[in-house]
Design a protein around this ligand. Structure first.
Ligand SMILES: [Zn+2]
Length: 731
């Protein structure tokens, strides 16, 4: 069961009133029923606004002084389709907003009381994270209040599904902005009977100097003036003060002043989160009651209300870390065409792009940089957040000059040294990059030169999808990347273009300076797509796992190339062995087909061998049908290729643009099997993937979407083959 209910950006708890369909026993606390919207007005991305407190589900036409019409604000982080035409009523302007509880807004603002929170910065921080189920994926689980479901068996590590935990229906969530006991002070200040109550917090400060034996060693604190010793104690935690007083007679005899007790409520003090203390005691008559206040609140330190306040205080602290990340550095480089670049530079170059993921944070800013002729080293700026290392900017060094792009943080840079080219003694030209990439953005980077690939900077552990970003061989069939100018065949990265959100790099493009040429009408591209030679997409895909070796060729249906492949990871397996050595073990293919409201989709595929399953991906969904196709590997039966089938354009639209229907597998024993059977009747197109002469199929590659409501399915399947192999099948 999925829930698309919105969550507050600070606390992750619901801002929707009615969650009862999703969460048993859900009943919103009173404080959750009032929130504020932080929003942009369409086309005016340079400044964000905040609404007055509003009750849930009240109309959201908001008057903003800068505009003559009310702003109709759509809410929820997945409304942020900047390029999309929004609803447009004549009487209104459109906006897009995210929600924060009024109570959370109060706690957040109290965290740094002297700092006016800038709404634009705050929006940029929130727009720098992937969105799932209408919730921003900050990577926090709010102590189990939000569940992250890792999609099993799916390529890529971070296709999480965020839902509210069912347990939030069982939990009382005290109002983080209101601590009742702080308002009982008057009653107690005049009647100190409670101070004699036996309580650890009180005993800690008993006059222990009387029982302390005379120190045998010299007490170095004796040499400090008592004022200075008091100042030192103001900076220590209560536990440290207690220890110091036990260890040092000098410290023990120095009285604990009102300023000591007040320091407990200042930043870094144990009760810093009780921000009300300052205005409660900010009247002359109450100035000397810090000790009283301390003793009073210490009694409540383990209460649910205080625990809740501490939790929200910690969340505010995390949130300010994000805000600081946004404001730490400007975004270097020439502005191109990001969402927030009002009038950017437009180039006419052919780009090869590692684009941002679907559902990930978008390129709010796009930056362009022409690289110097030689690059000696690259400094990569990174930040760490929730266990991830995220790349934020690059600095290219050439001699004494430095060329910057993105958020450059010189205090957290890591160098990549470009090796020297053979003979010349100069740095080798950059031929491209290896990248790890997830919906959070670009996570790791290494540089390709003729001498190989440099060391990595950033995250590059084995379960991250990775890709090459370089100049693929010329391909007359590929209209996405037209043939390059003959004078420009050196395949050197001369320009780069990067997309950034408010914090980090989300996309990277390279150009060797070539410009698109008009397609030749007689060229192969006008041939029928299903007859065109196979295009090797090995070097263009984002693969999981790992990067394919160079001796293998990859082919997938044309629907996939240049589109889906760059937006989400595809997976592959050479189940027949990297050199075909295990092909004789293959015993069959097992395919699971799920009936998704009348559309049959392939949801799981397994390749079986004499010693078990060699490759098994996808999910077996409820009520899926199972199909089996035996392959006699022992007797020499080999898979020779696949045919893939696509819905006609109009049907694909009906299926939300999902066009892949299924496939047939072919073997050298002249046998074929179609999965699922119904596609025999399709009127759409098909694509044959059978290698040219001598190609040996050793595995499959596949793309996958993990949808909601049992909508998980394959979106493409293709072959992995060794070209011109002695055992290859000759057509
Ligand atoms: Zn909240």
């Amino acid at each position: 069961m999925s829930d698309h209910c919105h969550a507050c950006i600070l606390c992750g708890l619901p801002v929707d009133e009615d969650l009862s369909d999703y969460i048993p026993n859900w009943r919103a606390e009173a404080w959750m029923l009032s929130d504020r919207l932080i929003f942009f007005v369409q086309g005016h991305w340079d400044v964000a606004y905040m609404s007055d407190p509003r009750e849930m589900l009240s109309p959201i036409g908001i008057d903003v002084p800068d505009f003559s019409k009310p702003i109709w604000v759509q809410t929820g982080p997945d409304c942020r389709n900047f390029g999309m035409e929004w609803w447009n009523y004549e009487e209104t302007l459109c906006g897009f907003g995210i929600e924060i509880h009024c109570a959370c807004w109060e706690v957040l603002n109290s965290f740094r009381p002297n700092e006016q929170l800038d709404f634009t910065t705050l929006m940029r921080a929130c727009l720098s994270f992937p969105v799932d189920n209408s919730k921003i994926q900050f990577g926090l689980d709010y102590q189990g209040r939000i569940n992250y479901r890792m999609h099993s068996d799916v390529p890529g590590d971070e296709f999480n599904s965020l839902t509210f935990s069912e347990r939030i229906g069982l939990r009382h969530e005290p109002d983080p902005s209101h601590l009742e006991f702080l308002y009982d002070l008057d009653q107690y200040f005049g009647y100190p009977h409670w101070r004699h109550h036996s309580d650890d917090a009180l005993n800690e400060y008993a006059p222990i100097s009387k029982v302390l034996p005379k120190a045998k060693t010299k007490d170095i604190f004796n040499s400090l003036p008592s004022e200075l010793l008091s100042e030192v104690m103001n900076l220590l935690s209560c536990k440290d003060v207690g220890n110091l007083r036990k260890a040092s007679r000098a410290a023990a005899v120095v009285g604990l002043s009102e300023s000591f007790w007040k320091s407990r409520f200042l930043a870094g003090g144990e009760f810093e989160y009780l921000y009300e203390a300052h205005y409660l005691l900010d009247v002359p008559a109450e100035q000397n009651k810090w000790k009283d206040l301390y003793m009073w609140v210490a009694r409540f330190r383990h209460s649910d209300a205080v625990r809740q306040r501490r939790r929200f205080w910690e969340l505010s602290s995390q949130f300010y870390r994000l805000i600081d990340m946004v404001t730490e550095s400007p975004c270097h480089g020439t502005a191109a065409s990001g969402v927030f670049d009002i009038s950017g530079y437009e180039d006419e170059l052919v780009w090869h792009t590692a684009s941002s993921f679907y559902g990930s944070s978008e390129a709010l800013f796009e930056r362009f940089l022409t690289l110097p002729e030689t690059v000696d080293s690259i400094y990569v700026s990174t930040i760490r957040w929730q266990g991830r290392e995220l790349i934020t900017g690059l600095r290219f060094i050439s001699g004494d000059a430095s060329y910057e792009i993105g958020y450059v943080r010189q205090n957290s840079e890591k160098p990549v040294h470009i090796p020297e080219a053979d003979q010349t003694g100069e740095s080798a030209p950059i031929k491209g990059f290896h990248l790890t990439q997830t919906s959070w953005g670009i996570r790791g980077i290494a540089v390709m030169t003729d001498s190989g690939v440099t060391e990595w900077v950033g995250d590059q552990y084995e379960h991250l999808p990775r890709r090459k970003l370089t100049f693929p061989p010329r391909d007359d069939n590929d209209m996405t990347f037209p043939p390059r100018d003959d004078n420009d065949q050196d395949d050197i990265v001369k320009h780069i273009k990067c997309g950034f959100d408010g914090i980090k790099m989300v996309s990277l493009s390279v150009s060797d300076g070539s410009k698109p040429t008009a397609p030749d009408p007689d060229s192969a591209s006008t041939r029928r797509k299903d007859r065109a030679p196979l295009k090797n997409i090995r070097d263009e895909g984002l693969w999981f796992p790992p990067l394919p070796p160079d001796h293998l060729n990859f082919a997938m249906g044309t629907q996939f190339v240049g589109k889906t492949i760059s937006n989400s990871p595809a997976t592959w397996s050479a189940f027949g062995g990297l050199n075909g050595e295990n092909l004789e073990d293959i015993t069959g293919l097992r395919v699971w087909v799920h009936d998704n409201y009348g559309h049959h989709v392939i949801c799981r595929l397994a390749v079986e061998t004499s010693h078990g399953s060699a490759w098994d991906i996808g999910d077996e969904l409820p009520e899926s049908g199972e199909y089996y196709f035996a392959i006699d590997g022992q007797k020499g039966e080999r898979i020779t290729g696949l045919s893939t089938y696509y819905a006609p354009v109009e049907q694909a639209d009906e299926r939300d643009g999902k066009s892949f229907l299924g496939f047939s597998v072919h073997t050298n024993f002249k046998r074929s099997q179609m999965f699922p059977n119904e596609i025999a009747n399709t009127t759409g197109s098909f694509r044959q993937m059978i290698p040219d002469h001598g190609g040996l199929v050793v595995g499959f590659c596949a793309a996958w979407v993990d949808g909601e409501h049992c909508d998980s399915r394959f979106t493409e399947i293709g072959i992995v083959y060794i070209p011109e192999h002695p055992d290859g099948y000759w057509l």
